[in-house]
Ligand binder design. Sequence first.
Ligand code: WQD
Length: 338
Amino acid sequence: MKILVTGGLGYIGSHTVVELQSEGFEVVIIDDLSNASEKVLDGIEAITHKRPIFEKLDLKSKIGVTDFFKRHKDIGGVIHFAAYKAVGESVNNPLMYYENNINSLVYLLQEMAQLDKKNFIFSSSCTVYGQADKLPITEDAPVKPAESPYGNTKQIGEEIIRDTCRVDQDFKSIALRYFNPIGAHPSAEIGELPIGVPQNLVPYITQTAIGIREQLSVFGNDYPTPDGTCIRDYIHVVDLAKAHVVALNRLLGNKNEANFEVFNLGTGKGSSVLEAIKSFEKVSGTKLNYKIVGRREGDVTAAYAETTKANTILGWKTKSSLDDAMASAWRWEQRIRK
Ligand code: WQD
């Protein structure tokens, strides 16, 4: 069966393409290359020995989306990653985020409705919870006012899909709320490729360790946590990618209990920034140069997943530890800087 993966040359998208191909799916990637390189196709092929079909396409073009589906009539499901995802950038440029992340979703859903296509996996984020009142976070935790336009596009995206499912009982969708994806494929053929200065912790750690960055700034150690630094649920990107195949098979096999379902994807374990640094130092055998600075605006104190629903209903759980993920991130950083 042919599966469309939008944003399939991106970080999580490319790892999901590898897992889909390993399960025997034929994959078509749409990517506008705004935040990814076509070279990622070589990495995917090096792992699976199958080169996915790739089409450069901006999903903000409604005609482009219609034309794509005319040429690929046999798409059996869609996994939608394509979106802008830099929290800080979204604050400074909200309309760019709403136009890109919302319009592309609407055009995709309109085309799928037009062509009676049924199965849609949506890349969502734990950012929809904001600072949850209770930890660990369950899927029925209240969705809080978004801390950024980026987070708002995820909340709005889920509502758009929920409303679509309400009006079309045959349309089936699963929203996957990621916690903090980190690491890289064990082969080091694909991984995270942040453009410019990394916003996220782990690529900043590995770039500091390899000498591209002078020093890591730890954003605050005065939070109400055991060591004062923020707590997150760091999930290996390969575990995350595998969850997408499980979710897709759930829809293809009509195993879903409702036609719109939401699952938290995390390890269920919270780790502080200092614990993440310690894990990196252990697996890399290097001492990381970092300093404590002031808090970063918009950071929540703690967020980690309650994983029972994903484990029991979706039938998926993480296999890799924080150390495994950190080691894979380090292997990848060393590989690309050779
Ligand atoms: C993690 C922790 C920082 C960088 C964001 C998005 C989320 C998802 C993942 C897209 C925090 C601290 C970070 C640094 C630091 N993105 N940190 N120094 O903010 O939890 O989540 O990225 O889907 O939706 O919100 O991830 O890696 O930026 O930060 O101290 O140089 O590391 O303060 O406590 P975050 P992060």
